[in-house]
Write a protein that binds this ligand. Structure first.
Ligand code: 0CN
Ligand code: SF4
Length: 317
């Protein structure tokens, strides 16, 4: 009975940066740190930060004036930023630089009066933030989620259009939506591939590899984590029995009946400790062989934190 780990899995550079920013802010400011929305979509991470005194709010109005606010890794709309400035909040922006890149492009599109299409999931905070970069009064930004939505768009086929995407979508589905857009509209352009980030891409490729040598896959990731949900979806699509779990305590022993090779992966916001806990639990079920890891691309991306949040521990005299 074997345990095989996907590679890469777990924390991406954007998540690491966001968490480090909040942890350093706690040490530097020694005041309550408010975070707009969940910093990253993982219950374990959020709970740990809460225990350190971080306060998570959905609404800027719930933060006292002159406090410190961190914008989550998923980014915020221009309106939210304006509200924070109006309340004289000190803004620490933990938006992933790859989300910010999309924000800047959408904002440019808005300034140039170009009708714009965003491929993404309705209601997701990243999508709300990205749509919120488009503040053109004459033109529109449309959110679409599927090929059916492309068919429903009533825009002149030769109108100049731009498209962008959420960063944590399914590669395969997004490519098919882009193809449908390009087929329907003659004058549409967008990013070279799509805006799906390196971490999402690599984790999706890794789960496909994992599915070829396993008969059950556990995806560690919270229910509201888009990139984790896409991994679980993809695992199921490969035909391998796949379960998405928050932690080892969600595991049901009956899942492993007649299963020899268990694959484990983790979404970009799921910490390594959750993987370790799952492995420890599986050992109690008889999966005693040391876990193996599939070969995969090394991720070298690192995102620096802002200079004012670099924390250097003073040496004791
Ligand atoms: O799980 P996350 O916090 O966010 P989504 O996958 O739901 O977008 O992972 C970090 C990704 C970002 C931005
Ligand atoms: Fe950035 Fe991608 Fe990580 Fe989201 S999943 S924080 S876009 S690197």
């Amino acid at each position: 009975m074997n345990i095989i780990l996907a590679n890469p899995r777990g924390f991406c550079a954007g998540v690491k940066r966001a968490i480090l920013m909040v942890e350093n802010a706690l040490k530097i400011y020694k005041k309550t740190i408010y975070v707009q929305h969940e910093l990253v979509h993982n219950q374990y991470v959020i709970e740990k930060l809460r225990q350190k005194g971080v306060v998570f709010v959905e609404n800027i109005a719930d933060i006292p004036n002159n406090s410190i606010v961190v914008f989550s890794a998923h980014g915020v709309s221009k309106k939210i930023k304006k509200k924070a400035i109006k309340k004289k909040l000190t803004i620490l922006n933990a938006t992933c630089p790859l989300v910010t890149k999309v924000h800047l492009e959408v904002s440019k599109s808005s300034k140039k009066n170009i009708e714009t299409i965003l491929i993404g999931h309705k209601g997701h905070p990243e999508v709300i933030g990205t749509i919120g970069q488009y503040d053109n009064k004459k033109e529109k930004i449309h959110l679409i989620e599927s090929i059916e939505d492309v068919n429903k768009l009533s825009i002149k086929i030769d109108k100049k259009l731009k498209f962008f995407t959420q960063t944590t979508l399914s590669i395969k589905k997004t490519q098919s939506i882009i193809l449908a857009l390009k087929k329907k509209f003659l004058n549409i352009s967008g990013p070279k591939k799509e805006d799906i980030c390196y971490a999402t891409t690599n984790r999706q490729n890794a789960i496909i590899k994992l599915s070829k040598i396993t008969d059950i896959i556990l995806v560690i990731g919270s229910k509201n984590s888009s990139n984790s949900n896409r991994l679980a979806e993809l695992g199921k699509e490969t035909g391998v029995f796949t379960k998405q779990i928050e932690s080892f305590s969600d595991i049901r022993n009956e899942w492993f009946k007649n299963k020899k090779n268990i694959g484990i992966t983790a979404g970009a916001s799921a910490p390594d400790i959750l993987v370790k806990q799952v492995i420890k639990y599986l050992k109690t079920l008889g999966f005693n062989n040391p876990p193996k890891e599939i070969l995969g691309d090394k991720e070298k991306t690192i995102f620096k934190i802002p200079k004012n949040l670099i924390y250097v521990k003073k040496l004791e005299k």
